[in-house]
Design a protein around this ligand. Structure first.
Ligand code: R5P
Length: 298
């Protein structure tokens, strides 16, 4: 087995390789003068399992393209199999045609990957209208979750807390985390009008006054969802408000929007590299790769 990356998640790929005692083999990726991609494996891959650890943020479109080129090249060079580890898998939110004529991104992304890789492993993918990754992937698709790590973080760092899920889908993170820590949780009702306009309502009130509120969601993108949730919680007298996102994309002015809304602490997992990364998910990936024991030779 060899581990590589197309440019995102390089630190994670190196750390995973180090933990497994195998080689991190960087890819050479650059552009020809006219802008075409140039990609080169700088070590032999014949007969090997090639593991590409690459988050789909930043630059999701380029990530998809680079991963397909890396996977196809590995297969062409007679790699035994190609495993993609996408700590953050983009395209999953556009999981239906909301308006006539729209592309269904998740299906197209999965179709392209189904053709090019043998296996995909990802962390807390945005499964909303799909029950499972199997709904779109024909290859082996493994969903890992950072929930246990988020629970540990909250238990160690945030006493006297309540957990808030900002929308219906977030029950997967919020309620599970709250149940295992043994604290109260409430899941808000979100109405999304546009990518940058959402409204949230508290439908199941819980005592928040004087508590440390923790908003847990999978993705923080523009920050509107968490900001709206934070405003509601602040009015209910929360002492502090921590936003925990598995995947912190922080597009546009997300950080300042969150702070302005009353969020006192912003914490993310390192599925997307960012200064807010406080929860390291590399161990989840390493454990999964250890399961492919036969492929790991020192
Ligand atoms: C969508 O339902 C997700 O779970 C997140 O709530 C959403 O992606 C957050 O996006 P934004 O930060 O732009 O509101």
């Amino acid at each position: 087995m060899i581990i590589t990356s197309c440019g995102n998640s390089v630190e994670m790929a190196k750390n995973a390789a180090r933990s497994l005692g195998i080689k991190f083999c960087p890819l050479e990726i650059k552009a020809f003068p006219d802008g075409d991609i140039y990609l080169k494996y700088t070590w032999p891959v014949k007969g090997k399992t090639v593991v590409i650890i690459h988050s789909f943020q930043p630059n999701p479109d380029m990530s998809l393209f680079d991963v397909i080129f890396a996977a196809e090249t590995a297969k062409d060079l007679e790699a035994k199999r190609v495993v993609l580890i996408a700590p953050y898998l983009a395209y999953m939110r556009q999981d239906k045609r909301f308006h006539y004529g729209e592309a269904i991104n998740s299906k197209i992304m999965a179709k392209l990957l189904n053709n090019s890789i043998d296996e995909i492993i990802t962390i807390d993918p945005h499964l909303h209208r799909y029950g499972s990754l199997k709904d779109i992937f024909m290859i082996r698709a493994v969903k890992l979750t950072a929930n246990r790590l988020i629970e540990d973080y909250i238990q160690k760092n945030i006493p006297n807390c309540v957990i808030v899920g900002p929308d219906a889908e977030s029950y997967q993170w919020a309620e599970e985390v709250a149940e295992r820590i043994g604290v109260e949780a409430t899941v808000l009702k979100k109405t999304r009008y546009t990518s940058r306009h959402v409204d949230v309502k508290v439908v199941k009130p819980i005592p928040i006054k004087g508590k440390n509120a923790v908003i847990v969601d999978d993705i923080i993108s523009t920050g509107h969802t968490i900001a709206e949730a934070a405003k509601k919680i602040r009015r209910k007298g929360a002492k502090t408000i921590t936003a925990i996102g598995v995947h912190g994309l922080f597009v546009e002015d997300a950080i300042s929007k969150l702070k302005k809304a009353g969020v006192t602490h912003i914490i993310t997992c390192n599925t997307v590299e960012h200064e807010t990364n406080k929860i390291d998910v590399t161990g989840l990936i390493v454990d999964e790769l250890k399961g492919m024991k036969g492929d790991i030779k020192k």
